[in-house]
Design a protein around this ligand. Structure first.
Ligand code: NAD
Length: 473
């Protein structure tokens, strides 16, 4: 877990508790007009957000390059294109998702009808991190708007170019009386967290997750916490190691390893530990060339602080490949470490950078025990040809998500929920799950006054009523 305890405020901001209160009051007044509840408003906002993503693609890609050295292709695939798809999916299903859902009524209550409706929660706070600073700010925003809420969006100050771009452009596209983008660091976020929100959606590390949850508790505000953790990639003998290595390398070293669902370490069963080493080396060379520092497709570490933390892990195993680094450009080569002691530093906390340790275990039982002895991961990956192993991993382990044969793509299936469990978070979103997160599912019953079939339930309870009721229940 990343334990950042920064206190520096945003340089140009004087966003105090008073300003935070004013912002929330303004948004609440908008919510009270009822306009955000209409289907037309929700769709307009989603279409406007889509226009922002397509018309300002260059602005977004430049910001992502400035903050994280992301290539245009990666920015499109992982952030812009992903969001456009999420909006299209939401727009094409929203009418249906919002339709009241009929529920059957027990005979004892007949005649009556029952159904559920989705109410917007009100004014919600979304706090996003720096690693996919567009995707992780706007994907929850899609759900919040689709559900008819007003939103305060607080992007991460550690991706300053993206934070500035969102602050400048979003109000030009979205209803500025319903969506406020607040830039800032700890003081500004603290001021926001003092306010009463109807939901807080936080993505980031678990230390701050606890601060968010404690602040939310004061107002009994529900929270979604999208956190991280050490996501293993289990490899069983008999799997195609060359393909597994390519997929692990892609999932791990995209965004220089700064991906919450990246495979954190390889959990290699039996001989696969040694056998996969040359395949990982080869896959890195194929994707990033002999000198990844010169690859336009390889990112950089977000800050000196993260760079120093990551380079401190490089000696925790035998270097199979990589290990080079340069503080001036915050470059750390894609690095694979073998012979890693499970108690070493690199295996203690989430790595969140381009260092891939290989830990060896003798068999699947040992792999399952290894996973279950640790915090529940955000994702579990497994490369195996065995149906039995897949069944065992599904039923004998717990993780936010589980993917066989490929890492990270569970996020890209719009019908699947995305979220953690235990230390990797609480709550879920994407697609219809976002609508559930940002709505209250209200139960409604409608029972005609005539005939008054409830007479049998009213006291005084005669022996006849008692008999009838016992038979009916
Ligand atoms: P970060 O430092 O940008 O923090 C996230 C948000 O918390 C920011 O908006 C920041 O301003 C705010 N914040 C930071 N310190 C605070 C404090 N003391 N009080 C109040 N607010 C504060 O991002 P990070 O935490 O370094 O992000 C990396 C972590 O996030 C990793 O653990 C990663 O696994 C996790 N993550 C999870 C997901 C997911 O979807 N589950 C996605 C991305 C990242």
């Amino acid at each position: 877990m990343n334990t950042d305890t920064r206190t520096d405020s945003h340089p140009e901001s004087a966003f105090t508790a008073d300003r935070a209160a004013e912002t929330v009051t303004r948004l609440r007044a908008t919510f009270d007009t009822g306009r955000t509840k209409t289907l037309a408003w929700r769709k307009e906002q989603l279409q406007a957000l889509r226009r922002f993503l397509t018309e300002r693609q260059d602005v977004i890609e430049e910001a992502l390059h400035a903050d994280l050295g992301k290539s245009g292709t990666e920015s499109y695939v992982m952030e812009i294109g992903f969001l456009v798809k999420e909006i299209d999916h939401t727009l094409s299903h929203l009418d249906r998702w919002l339709r009241p859902r009929k529920v059957s009524v027990p005979m004892t209550l007949a005649p009556a009808r029952a159904w559920t409706v989705r109410d917007p929660l009100g004014t919600v706070l979304i706090m996003s991190p720096w690693n996919y600073p567009v995707n992780l700010a706007l994907a929850p925003l899609i759900g919040a708007l689709a559900a008819g809420n007003c939103v305060v969006l607080k992007p991460s100050e550690l991706a300053p170019a993206t934070s500035a771009a969102l602050t400048l452009w979003l109000p030009r596209y979205l209803d500025p009386q319903a969506v406020a983008v607040v830039e800032g660091a700890v003081p500004e976020t603290t001021a926001l967290l003092e306010q009463r929100f109807d939901h807080i959606f936080y993505t980031g590390n678990g230390v701050v997750g606890r601060i968010v949850m404690a602040a939310a508790a004061r107002h009994l505000t529900p929270v979604t916490l999208e956190l991280g953790g050490k996501s293993p990639a289990v490899i069983e003998p008999g799997t195609d190691l060359a393909t597994a290595a390519r997929r692990i390398v892609w999932g791990k070293f995209t965004n220089a390893g700064q991906t919450c669902v990246a495979p954190d370490y390889v959990l290699a069963i039996g001989e696969t530990g040694a056998a996969i080493e040359p395949h990982l080396t080869e896959a890195i060379r194929e994707m990033y060339g002999a000198d990844p520092a010169r690859s336009e497709d390889y990112g950089r570490i977000i800050s000196d602080r993260q760079f120093d933390r990551l380079t401190g892990l490089l000696a925790d195993g035998r270097t199979v490949t990589g290990g080079d680094h340069d503080r001036a450009t915050r470059y750390i080569a894609p690095t694979v470490l073998a012979d890693v002691d499970p108690d070493s530093g690199v295996m203690r906390d989430e790595i969140f950078g381009p260092v891939l340790p290989i830990v060896r275990v003798p068999d699947l039982d040992a792999a399952i025990s290894f996973i279950n002895e640790r915090d529940k991961p955000l994702a579990l990956y497994a490369f195996t040809a065995s149906k039995l192993s897949k069944r065992r991993l599904t039923s004998e382990t717990s993780s936010g998500g589980l993917a066989f044969g490929v890492p990270t793509v569970q996020l890209a299936v719009p019908g699947l929920p995305f979220g953690g469990v235990g230390e990797s978070g609480m709550g879920r979103y994407h697609g219809s799950y976002s609508l559930d997160t940002f709505s209250h599912i209200k139960s409604v019953v409608d029972k005609p006054l005539k005939p008054d079939t409830l007479r049998v339930i009213y006291p005084p309870y005669t022996s006849r009523k008692d008999r009838v009721l016992r038979r009916m229940m």
